[in-house]
Design a binder for this molecule. Sequence first.
Ligand code: G3P
Ligand code: MG
Length: 355
Amino acid sequence: CGAIHSTRFFSSSNPVAPPPLAFCFDIDGVLIRGPNALPAAKRALSILEGDNPFGWCVQFSSGIHLGLTNGGGVSEQIRCQKLTKQLGFSIDNDQYIQAHTILKTLAHKYDKEPVLILGGRLDTLRKVAQDYGFHQAHTTLDVLASNPSVWPFHSLTELEKETAKTLDLGRTRFAAAFVFHDPRDWALDCQILCDIIQSGGVVGGPHIDPMKNPDPVELVFCNPDLLWKSDFPRPRLGQGGFKAAFQGVYQALTGTQYPHIQFGKPTRETYKFAEEVLVDRLGGLYGAYGLPRPNVYMIGDNPESDIAGANGAGWHSVLVRTGVYEPELGEPSHLPTHEAADVEIAVRWAISREL
Ligand code: G3P
Ligand code: MG
């Protein structure tokens, strides 16, 4: 259905039409679990393609809908290609927002300074950071390859040796550290973060009290999730677990936690960024620039990230029971939301109450 079978959209000829109905889908625990697409996900996206009693249709790929995940580690393009294969529906890069996509708006601040990037497969991550505009992005494995005694308990694998890029640590002052995705070696990454923060950015440099440093290392986390749902029966520790580990070590060393910036769901910045992407798609697709906000339903599995963030952004929220949230383990969600068994039921409920 290329056309829009609905009067749901603004156009210059009909500026008083109700705001457009848009869906923002969380990924892990809602559409997929690890490598497996949830059956309800394919049924939900079919509904957007017109398989519903209302004749309503705004296709996922050519429509205004978004994927909004605290996941990441690879480019939006690679992730969308994989998700398209998993779901059997085309997912565009520009409708897919990962935990670190928002860093595209920050890269210009650091395009001439060395930054430390952490998380995921680091050779892949370097390309993501460079494509965002971080032209001097170095990984924690680059640091280890440059001086293996930085952390004597991690011997680089042959692949890590091939992909790491050594640097002169004594002459490299890291201006910032960005935790793009979930780190693989928490101990190595905690060590190097503590090194650069306590030496003005230079690994192995003289101690400089960060609280007295006029230009301290900026620390940015992109995903606060303590837990997330993969294909294991119980939720797994996420980047929020790494942050707790780092801050615990840093506090043991210094008596205080290190100030940092937090992006990712449920932060206001990430939802504001997502809404700007949504409005851009609306404007691009329907010429609806400068009109009231779209009517967004966020469908997620994690009350602390998806539901809290959507509620804070003034969106509708629907909490599904296919991911982190497990009502059988406790009370219904402590947050105002609508609960649904899965993403198909959630989409049907939202459309039925809007059309
Ligand atoms: O690392 C991914 C995990 O933290 C959660 O992903 O898609 O449920 O926001 P998602
Ligand atoms: Mg999720």
